[in-house]
Structures are given as structure tokens and as C-alpha cells.
Ligand binder design. Structure first.
Ligand code: IMP
Length: 185
């Protein structure tokens, strides 16, 4: 079986391929522009994105959307994470969090999968805290300012360790469970 991964990010295709190869599912990278709705709900962004892709005639595909939701900022940057990363960046988030005692935050990753005419949408979460400063050279995006254990940031741990506890890793595991439960793999 083959699933299209509809994304502009080739790194995601490699990640999915690693997770799905054991199930005999091959991933194909497809760049297919589609409209993303403006809403504060990750699942809605993914669900409406899937509608737009199906309307273009595509079937058997995966899309995902993820973001960092900071408790004290009422969920910001959330669905606007990519934009916040490009504009204010990690220094901007740290500035907004300066002197804020509640450091709680979570990464969320929502995956939508259209497979054999069925639709599965799952969300993986990873809770942690926003650090006081940027630390570490690994990872990408908000990794240097997010710590799941309150000690090391995501930019300071190995990618395998990150995958074993991350929002994206958790979402992929939920997706595979749901596919198995529905007899799709
Ligand atoms: P996307 O929707 O998966 O492309 O993610 C949107 C934005 O969220 C990205 O531009 C990153 O800034 C941020 N992001 C998502 N996942 C991660 C992660 O695992 N680490 C750090 N930043 C992330």
C-alpha cells in the first residue's frame, strides 16, 4: 500500500517512512497546495484541509499540522506557530514569558489520514515547560525553549529520544493504533 504525504517539508516524509515501513506502507512525497482555514483549532485546520484535498481528487494521503500551545499565553502561538517562529522567533516567545511563573506548555500534532475511503484524525500531545533561555543545538523551531522533563530542552536530546515522547511520535502511534483497530493495516 502507498500513502501520499502532502507537505512542503521533505523531512516529514522521511519520519513517516521510518514509522510505517514495518507495516509495509510506502510513503510518497506530494506537494499539493491547498487552502488552510483560519481557525484556532488544529483539528479543524486538518479536517478542512482534508476536505480541500479530497475536492481536488486526491485519495490515500496524510497531512499534519502542529504547534506550540503556551498556557500563560492562552494557547498562543498555537495554530500560528509557523508564523510566530518566522516573525518573533524564540527570543520573542521568551520575552512574552519574561517573569511569568506559569511555564506550562504543550506541543500538539494533529494528523489527518485518508485511507481506503475512510478518514482518521488523531492528535498527539507532549507536555512540558518553556525554559528561561534558549539551550541546545539540535532540533528545529521551538525545540531550544521547550523542555519535557524540566531539565533538558528538545534541542539537547537525541532525535530518537524526542520521537519516543514527542507530540508527532505520539500522533503517529495513535494513527497506527487506529488503523490496526479498523483493520486497515
Ligand atoms: P508544522 O505545522 O508541523 O509545519 O509546524 C508549525 C510550526 O510549529 C513549525 O514551523 C515549528 O515552528 C513548530 N513546531 C512544530 N513541531 C515542532 C517540533 O517538534 N519542535 C519545534 N517546533 C515545532
Amino acid at each position: 500500500m502507498k500513502l501520499k504525504v502532502i507537505t512542503s517539508n521533505p523531512g516529514k516524509v522521511a519520519e513517516y517512512q521510518r514509522e510505517f515501513s514495518d507495516l509495509g506502507i510506502e510513503m510518497e512525497h506530494v506537494r499539493l497546495p491547498y487552502d488552510e482555514v483560519q481557525t484556532s483549532d488544529l483539528e479543524e485546520v486538518v479536517s478542512k484541509g482534508m476536505d480541500a484535498i479530497v475536492a481536488q481528487g486526491a485519495r490515500d494521503f496524510i497531512i499534519d499540522d502542529s504547534g506550540l500551545f503556551v498556557d500563560a499565553l492562552k494557547g498562543f502561538p498555537g495554530v500560528w506557530s509557523a508564523y510566530a517562529q518566522k516573525t518573533i522567533g524564540n527570543p520573542g516567545i521568551l520575552r512574552l514569558m519574561q517573569g511569568v511563573p506559569d511555564r506550562g506548555a504543550e506541543f500538539r500534532c494533529c494528523i489527518g489520514c485518508d485511507i481506503s475511503g475512510r478518514r482518521i484524525i488523531v492528535t498527539g500531545v507532549c507536555r512540558g515547560v518553556i525554559t528561561d533561555s534558549e539551550r541546545g543545538d539540535g532540533g528545529f523551531g521551538f525545540d531550544p525553549i521547550f523542555s519535557h522533563d524540566g531539565e533538558r530542552t528538545f534541542a539537547e536530546i537525541h532525535m530518537d529520544e524526542k520521537n519516543s515522547i514527542s507530540h508527532r511520535g505520539n500522533a503517529v502511534r495513535l494513527l497506527i493504533e487506529a488503523m490496526k483497530a479498523q483493520g486497515l493495516v
